[in-house]
Design a protein around this ligand. Sequence first.
Ligand SMILES: Cc1cc2nc3c(=O)[nH]c(=O)nc-3n(C[C@H](O)[C@H](O)[C@H](O)COP(=O)(O)OP(=O)(O)OC[C@H]3O[C@@H](n4cnc5c(N)ncnc54)[C@H](O)[C@@H]3O)c2cc1C
Length: 550
Amino acid sequence: MPKPVIFTIDDDPSVLNSVERDLRAQYGQDYRILPINAGKIALEYLQKLEQRNETVALFLVDQRMPEMSGVEFLMEAIKVYPQAKRILLTAYADTQAAIDSINEIRLDYYLMKPWHPPEERLYPVLDELLEDWKMRVHLPYDGIRVAGTLWSLASHQVKDFLTRHQIPYQWLDIEKDPNAQKLVEGVTSEIKLPVIFFPDGKVLIEPDLKELANKVGLQTRAELPFYDIVIIGSGPAGLAAAVYAGSEGYKCLVIERAAPGGQAGSSPKIENYLGFPAGISGDDLTRRAVSQAKRFGVEILSAQEASQVEVKDAYRIVKLNDGTEISCHAVLMATGASFHTLKMPGADALTGAGIYYGAAYTEAMNYKDKDVFVVGGANSAAQGALYLSRFARKVTVLIRGPEMTASKYLVDAINVNAKIEILSNTDLIEVQGAHTLEQIVIKNTKRNEVQTCAAAAMFVFIGVQPQSKIVSDLVMCSGKGYIFAGPDLMVDKKPPQGWTLERDPFLLETSVPGIFAAGDVRYGTSHRVASAVGEGAIAFALMKEYLKAL
Ligand SMILES: Cc1cc2nc3c(=O)[nH]c(=O)nc-3n(C[C@H](O)[C@H](O)[C@H](O)COP(=O)(O)OP(=O)(O)OC[C@H]3O[C@@H](n4cnc5c(N)ncnc54)[C@H](O)[C@@H]3O)c2cc1C
């Protein structure tokens, strides 16, 4: 946290030097002394201080200055720093102006020039005022501040990215907070959101995630041109494989298009993972796994999407969206699955503006005391509903079938939660809203009744699809896109067509030697954290066999 500022303004250089010297001698250790020679320049400087979220403790301002008097300056300055203490430096002739301004700008004190000796005439006054300021001031948040609106998708994506990377930030809603609005107007006149203010004074306006990742110090570039193993995806499967690969000294790179943790990272509480009887949140599990992998020397790239995998003799080449190519011997596809999106008019436009896919964690706080909806009846939807009920006034869960399909412990918890209502046999048929979600139209398919409901937000958890597109032309996949591996590739006990090795594919090896699959992207997986972790660990053991035979 930077030191609070004592601002002193005087157009007479000799007076300014002398005030500065006296202030620095007494307060320099705890405060930053800022001497400025004109009111207008000082106002510009104040804006910069505000953008950097620095705080001003006290203004010590000469009354008689050309262009802008001390009182005129203070009238503007206290709009920006209303808590700062105000002292006017006056000559005898200006006493009346000082007295008049006591009410006008709630002047704390007026000090007659000359103020010497400062030990008698300056410091006692300032000591008292600064003590009082310290007692009352709410020190500003000194971390990253994200200013935006609830209806801006990019604002949601930035918040989600920071949350998923466990990087603390303060959210400033410019529609609710006039100071935040002013702060944004101070750096851009365009309607580009979010605007991100960093403690070092740097500002990013609607950045892409890679730019943001670089700014917050995340790794986005591979350090080496070649790795033994490249893992695409950093959910539980990818991170488990990475921990084992790193622990055994293999050069291993993990590529992640968003943030580590995958779907599990968005779970408020995983209660069925072995060894955590009270449950563990997805971000806690992720934080532990990421530190474990990094401790073993694994590199993890954030905000980098793999776009293609190619085979060149014994090498496997992974291409990234930014054109980078990374070469390795073995690739693990641990790209998991992502939620289906709603296919209905208006849904795309309202995504991130009231409609969220599995993002209960990031946005729940914004819907305190509001009525929200959850779509879906499986485990992830049930967890989302329970988490949201801690903030929302009411959570209505829409399910197509007669009952929820979530695990018993989750259904039991929902049944005793007074804030959650389940609407079964219910189809979502329309979403409505100008800038943000306002209403949804639902239909009870048993009674054939259509109903319009006010909705502040809707969190959608309607089944997942495997993220295998980047290899769908290279390896064999099921009709739904799940990657076949090991025994699932065998037909009449024979390996698939085009298989070049004498041995059969390993248990988690795809139809291309050296390319493996684990977790939710693999055909036949059980969509559980523990299975993904187990498969990741086994995949590494098999990749090790593969590397040994090269
Ligand atoms: C809200 C929620 C709650 C859940 N709760 C539980 C629970 O309590 N218990 C339980 O056992 N299971 C739970 N699950 C299921 C569990 O989280 C998944 O089965 C598990 O995360 C699958 O792990 P994975 O590593 O295979 O894939 P994922 O977790 O899906 O991770 C895949 C990763 O790959 C990345 N990726 C994809 N494509 C690319 C690309 N081209 N380039 C770079 N990166 C890419 C993705 O961004 C993602 O981070 C829950 C799921 C959700 C959504």
